[in-house]
Design a protein around this ligand. Structure first.
Ligand code: PLZ
Length: 438
């Protein structure tokens, strides 16, 4: 790694160069596009982002769970460099190339279940979720889609209909796509139901009464909810939903855009409970930072759309495919699934050592971890505290993100190539930031 893996501040944050760039951003970029930190990146790899003023920040965000293998992984850089010199684009629908096929083969091999599979590639997570719905509708010849409270599936019109939270995502942007129905899920910290089968029975009763299996094409769920608050359903919840889908001719779609590719300490979060989704949607960590997404699933379902029914100019772009093959090789050969579990152990130990009764819940798996902040001794969400702690950490050069329906969750998504020393330093800063708010 060419970047020294050390946090270092040489200016106040933001430094003068970032401030100049931020002024240009404000006058050139649409105001709807916000930034977590007013700091501009110049280089990044491992657990460090270097800004344009020479500050070195610890990255606990991975560009929202994308740079799992690092932001300048040598295998990814070499593969991309070679591909970009060979050709940048032909369009797979016009003149195909082998990288696309190799990524499809890798996904068919790695995703849960050993049934016959097929894959189609797209650009963004939202685009892949939309295509999963198209495919499920074509296969079942039904219309309705069910999603859950706290769900996040993207910002396109259909996926906004599927996303739960109003602000900032949906506010003023409707009307949204029809035939999307939302039911209650499993949120053990808040619904106090630790038996996933019971939570699933509740959701399924709602589905049967309000929609009906005969109208339902697909059930779409994040195995661990991401933007909604890093919510792990109670054990047994996902298997019960998957079994009901199987029995009722409903396509079970796992949105593993955020949880996929080693992030949760399994190659896919569905693996933890042995759930084999009919369709699995992947993106983010798949390609070392290049835009790529996929729908992978049962051959008979994936083959339902007519030839020419799926596609897009850039879907499965050759550079992104080269990056994906290198990222996947890195995850497998460098033991990053195992590394995610080590990160979980380290971070949970650090969080568990903080004595603060405003930490309502510590949760998550692998390197997808979070704390939910509440009023002292209670369970009332405290979004201001999450904001204050994040802001204090940012000022000390630790990039940390918030999330959650209530905005009160601090989430930790480091690259899996981060060192233990950087994690320790980051959690020293976070613990001090939390202490300072008392
Ligand atoms: N499904 C589960 O987490 C993207 C959103 C960031 P795209 N999550 C980060 C933001 O504020 O826009 C996400 C996800 C899950 C789908 C998506 C959508 O993926 O690549 O952002 O379209």
């Amino acid at each position: 790694m060419s970047i020294e893996q050390q946090r270092r501040l040489v200016t106040e944050l933001p430094g003068p160069r970032s401030q100049q760039l931020m002024a240009r951003k404000v006058s050139a970029v649409a105001g709807g596009v916000g930034t977590t930190m007013p700091v501009f990146a110049a280089a990044a790899d491992g657990g460090i982002i270097v800004d344009v003023d020479g500050n070195q920040l610890i990255d606990l965000g991975s560009g929202i769970a994308v740079t799992t293998v690092g932001a300048a992984n040598p295998r990814v850089v070499a593969a991309v460099t070679e591909q970009v010199a060979a050709f940048t684009h032909t369009c797979f629908m016009v003149t195909p190339y082998d990288g696309y096929v190799a990524v499809a083969e890798a996904l068919n091999r790695l995703t849960p279940g050993d049934h016959d599979k097929r894959t189609a590639l797209f650009n963004s997570g939202a685009e892949a979720v939309e295509n999963a719905v198209k495919i499920a509708r074509a296969y079942t010849k039904k219309d309705a889609v069910v999603v859950f409270d706290h769900a996040y599936h993207g910002r396109t019109n259909l996926t906004l209909a599927m996303t739960a939270k109003n602000k900032p995502y949906k506010h003023t942007f409707g009307p949204f796509a029809p035939e999307v129905y939302r039911v209650g899920g499993s949120y053990p910290y808040r619904d106090n139901e630790r038996d996933g089968a019971v939570a699933a029975a509740r959701a399924l009763d709602q589905i049967e009464k309000q929609i009906g299996a005969d109208n339902l094409a697909a059930l779409v769920i994040e195995p661990v909810q991401g933007e909604g608050g890093f919510i792990e359903p109670a054990p047994g919840f996902l298997p019960a939903l998957a079994a009901w889908c199987r029995d009722n001719g409903v396509v079970f779609v796992a949105d593993e855009v955020q949880t996929g590719f080693a992030r949760t300490g399994d190659m896919f979060a569905s693996d933890r409970e042995g759930v084999a989704p009919d369709l699995i949607v992947t993106a983010k960590g798949i390609a070392g930072g290049l835009p790529l997404s996929a729908v992978t699933g049962r051959a008979e379902i994936m083959s339902a759309p007519h030839e020419g029914g799926l596609g897009g100019t850039y879907g499965g772009n050759p550079i992104a495919c080269a990056a994906a093959l290198a990222a996947i090789e890195t995850i497998e050969q460098d033991g990053l699934v195992e590394r995610a579990r080590e990160i979980e152990t380290l971070v949970k130990a650090r969080l568990g050592n903080i004595e603060d009764d405003r930490i309502g819940d510590i949760r998550g798996r692998g390197a997808m971890l979070a704390v939910e902040l509440v009023n002292s001794g209670g369970t009332e969400p405290d979004p201001q505290l999450a904001k204050d702690v994040a802001k204090a950490a940012h000022a000390q050069g630790v990039i940390v993100l918030t999330c959650g329906t209530y905005g009160n969750v601090l989430r930790f998504l480091p690259p899996l190539t981060i060192s233990d020393a950087l994690l320790d330093d980051a959690f020293d800063v976070l613990a001090a930031a939390l202490e300072a708010t008392r």
